[in-house]
Design a protein around this ligand. Structure first.
Ligand SMILES: CC(C)(COP(=O)(O)OP(=O)(O)OC[C@H]1O[C@@H](n2cnc3c(N)ncnc32)[C@H](O)[C@@H]1OP(=O)(O)O)[C@@H](O)C(=O)NCCC(=O)NCCS
Length: 195
């Protein structure tokens, strides 16, 4: 990472932390979590775009962002209809958080016996650090346990490691997740043993 980018990243991380700190001082989060469905597609895509475009540039080069953003900000219809994907609702029916899990590995589609995979977690930048991500993650963990899943894997975006770490996941290794064609996404493989 070059010096200017490094400096910019520090500023953005500071900004993210300040946004989060500001949110912590606000009143408790009034949100509800429910299973998503196909009608949430547009709102989830909007949330992914708002969250990823505001929060990921602190950790990724501009060139990487320009390549991957259009590819990772579309709601996945399979996930939306799976019964294993959740949305957090607040205000007048706004989707302010999302996330879920699947038994198939993202991109590869291989089913791993007794293992699940965390998918598409995002919280709106105005709603950070109010327990929305944690609430959704714990719904996933509970559902996975009820289906006898022994381990949840996660390709954590670089800035999301502390979030998953605070919720029982251990970092295993740095990996490049293939997104499309030549594009890949540097991430951290993290795992949560459920058994
Ligand atoms: C990662 C993300 C989903 C977390 O959502 P969130 O709703 O703000 O998380 P929560 O409020 O539930 O945080 C739960 C705990 O995780 C930890 N945590 C969350 N964000 C953190 C951060 N930026 N730095 C350090 N710890 C953090 C804290 O321990 C927090 O508890 P606390 O607020 O009581 O200290 C959100 O930051 C996000 O959307 N990031 C951008 C997109 C992204 O990286 N998604 C993951 C893709 S794999």
């Amino acid at each position: 990472m070059n010096k200017a980018k490094d400096q910019l990243s520090r500023e953005l991380i500071k900004g993210w932390t300040q946004v989060a700190a500001g949110n912590q001082n606000m009143t408790a989060s009034a949100h509800t979590i429910r299973i998503a469905n196909a009608t949430d597609a547009a709102a989830v895509s909007r949330l992914l775009k708002n969250s990823y475009s505001a929060l990921l540039p602190a950790f990724y080069e501009d060139t990487v962002m320009a390549q991957i953003l259009p590819l990772i900000t579309k709601a996945n219809p399979l996930l939306l209809n799976s019964g294993m994907f959740y949305v957090a609702m607040a205000g007048r029916g706004n989707v302010v958080g999302c996330g879920g899990w699947s038994v198939r590995r993202p991109k590869i589609g291989v089913k791993m016996n007794s293992q699940g995979n965390i998918r598409h977690f995002a919280t709106h930048p105005d709603w950070l650090r109010r327990g929305i991500g944690r609430g959704i993650l714990h719904r996933c963990i509970k559902a996975a346990r009820s289906q006898k899943i022994e381990r949840l894997n996660c390709y954590a975006a670089l800035g999301a490691e502390p979030f998953y770490g605070a919720n029982g996941f251990l970092a295993i290794k740095q990996i490049d997740v293939p997104i499309s064609g030549d594009f890949s996404f540097p991430a951290t493989l993290m795992c949560h043993e459920l058994s």
